[in-house]
Ligand binder design. Structure first.
Ligand SMILES: *Cc1c(COP(=O)(O)O)cnc(C)c1O
Length: 494
């Protein structure tokens, strides 16, 4: 059975769309040219198209189905934003070209920085981090550099709520901080008493997501920020959930000093499977000098310079934490973000957050009405919310994982499961603003139908999925000895 495109190779066939360049007088020294041709598959264009189209159809994607994966904001990313990033002028850029050939893209950077500053209230923004996690690393490095510059060498603790995303404590540890977990109160907010008790002259700062990974807006964020500042610490904002508040609330006004934004979540870059991202950071005035390089800035003649593209430090910026990425960031993601922001405008961005929250509140209400248990029933959903399937587990022996697998048969990507860990058998559900009412209803109906199946015959769930190319995988083995070819073969045989 065919495993890869190589197995379909017949020799002397070719796809003209990808025909090799012939007879080019290449300027490559003879010694460096290969002696034999590379062992590439030789197939007709149609064979190649069918092969890759068929593989792509085995994928689950936002383009095919509803994808309510909490905390990830798997929303539709408009093709219009993508199209701008594919403009030949942008695509044809050479990353090493001098600034004078790159003025268009540098203008994109300047405008995007300005918009992100306005949206977050931060004094300055750096576009260079390539992911949310790298933004965290950059932001925490800035906090450390700042504290050291103030002579505060004893501040080595970062506080994180127990429900924090795993990257938060990981980034803090990578920056050399000790991590202290703060429990949640029964309300779902961070436990303010526990926080105050943990604050000390060792506190470097607190990392928070707001709304939190529990889908709740910290009601006392202003008091929390004041307490941390009074203790001499800084506040780090994990902006992964910006989709809930974009255009409405600014992290700077909540009291945050450093923030990262996951452009691939809120601002129109499709992600998943480790795809390209960008995690720009923003800082308040007193942290500006520590921002990573490079810096785009206007020169006297109106042109733009990307200062510090290749150096680790410059004389003009001795406090900078240095350079984080090869070419100052992920260009395509930055272009999409600017296109998206300009496409929607301020009003449009406000609609994003209001519809994201409305969709989540609607699905939460419908599920609760149908008897599913909300983790925090007295709280309003933000752009996402948590349910617990512990009753279903007790009554029918089916787990959140079983529900997840069965949802695939109904054509839905499962929500994030078993996160936040403190809620047993939980789903973190994020519908996003781009789904229709019909789609949201269909998801609720599927959840109800699956619970009905669990009551009748739990094996329908425990053996699910039944309709996907492969059924349950040994997850540990799938990670350790990934063999997509075997899975494809099984798929072809069934
Ligand atoms: C996605 C996410 C991150 C990490 O962002 P990446 O861009 O995946 O590195 C951090 N915190 C939260 C809450 C997230 O959802």
């Amino acid at each position: 059975m065919t495993r890869t495109i190589y197995d379909k190779s017949k020799g002397a066939r070719e796809a003209s769309a990808q025909a090799r360049a012939r007879d080019h007088q290449l300027d490559i020294p003879k010694a460096l040219l290969r002696a034999s041709s590379p062992d590439l598959p030789e197939v007709a264009e149609l064979t190649a198209v069918r092969h890759y189209t068929s593989i792509s159809q085995k994928n689950f994607s936002i383009d095919t189905r509803f994808y309510p994966l909490g905390s990830c904001t798997m929303k539709y990313n408009p093709r219009a934003a993508h199209k701008v990033a594919l403009d030949p002028g942008f695509l044809g850029r050479h990353p090493l070209a001098p600034d004078e050939f790159d003025q268009g893209f540098l203008q994109v950077r300047m405008e995007l920085e300005a918009h992100l500053k306005r949206l977050t209230g931060m004094a300055a923004v750096s576009l260079t981090p390539m992911a949310g996690a790298q933004g965290e690393f950059a932001g925490l490095s800035i906090m450390r550099a700042y504290l050291l510059s103030e002579g505060q060498t004893e501040r080595d603790e970062i506080l994180v709520p127990e429900a924090a995303h795993g990257t938060n404590p990981a980034s803090a540890a990578m920056c050399g901080f000790k991590v202290r977990e703060i429990p949640l109160a029964a309300s779902g907010d961070i436990d303010e008493e526990a926080l105050k008790a943990a604050l000390s002259e060792r506190t470097a700062g607190l990392m928070l997501t707001n709304p939190s990974t529990c889908g709740l807006f910290e009601q006392r964020i202003v008091e929390i920020a004041r307490a941390v500042h009074e203790a001499g610490g800084l506040l780090y904002y994990d902006g992964a959930n910006l989709n809930a508040i974009v255009g409405r609330v600014r992290p700077a006004d909540m009291g945050f000093d450093v923030i990262h934004m996951n452009l691939h979540k809120t601002f129109a870059t499709p992600h998943g499977g480790g795809g390209p991202g960008a995690g720009p950071i923003g800082v308040v005035e007193r942290l500006k000098a520590f921002l990573p390089m490079p810096y785009a800035r206007y020169m006297d003649d109106g042109s733009i310079e990307l200062e510090g593209r290749f150096e680790q430090t410059t004389n003009a910026h001795p406090s900078s934490i240095g350079r984080l990425s090869a070419f100052g960031g992920n260009a395509g993601v930055l272009i999409r973000a600017l296109a998206y922001i300009r496409l929607l405008g301020g009003e449009g961005l406000r609609r994003v957050s209001s519809h994201a929250v409305l969709a989540a509140a609607y699905v939460a209400k419908r599920l609760a009405d149908a008897g599913f248990e909300l983790a925090w029933p007295d709280r309003r959903a933000t752009h996402e919310f948590v349910i617990s399937l512990k009753k279903e587990y007790k009554d029918y022996g089916v787990t959140a994982l079983d529900f997840s697998k069965r949802l695939l048969d109904y054509g839905f990507h499962p929500p994030t499961n078993y996160f936040p860990l403190l809620v047993p058998e939980c789903f973190l559900i994020e519908p996003t603003e781009t789904e229709s009412l019909e789609e949201l209803d269909a998801f609720v109906e599927a959840m109800i139908a699956i619970r009905g199946e669990a009551a009748k015959d739990p094996t329908i769930l425990t053996n699910a999925p039944h309709t996907t190319p492969v059924s349950r995988l040994d997850e540990v083995k799938a990670v350790k000895t990934l063999d997509l070819g075997v899975h494809l073969r099984e798929a072809h045989q069934s």
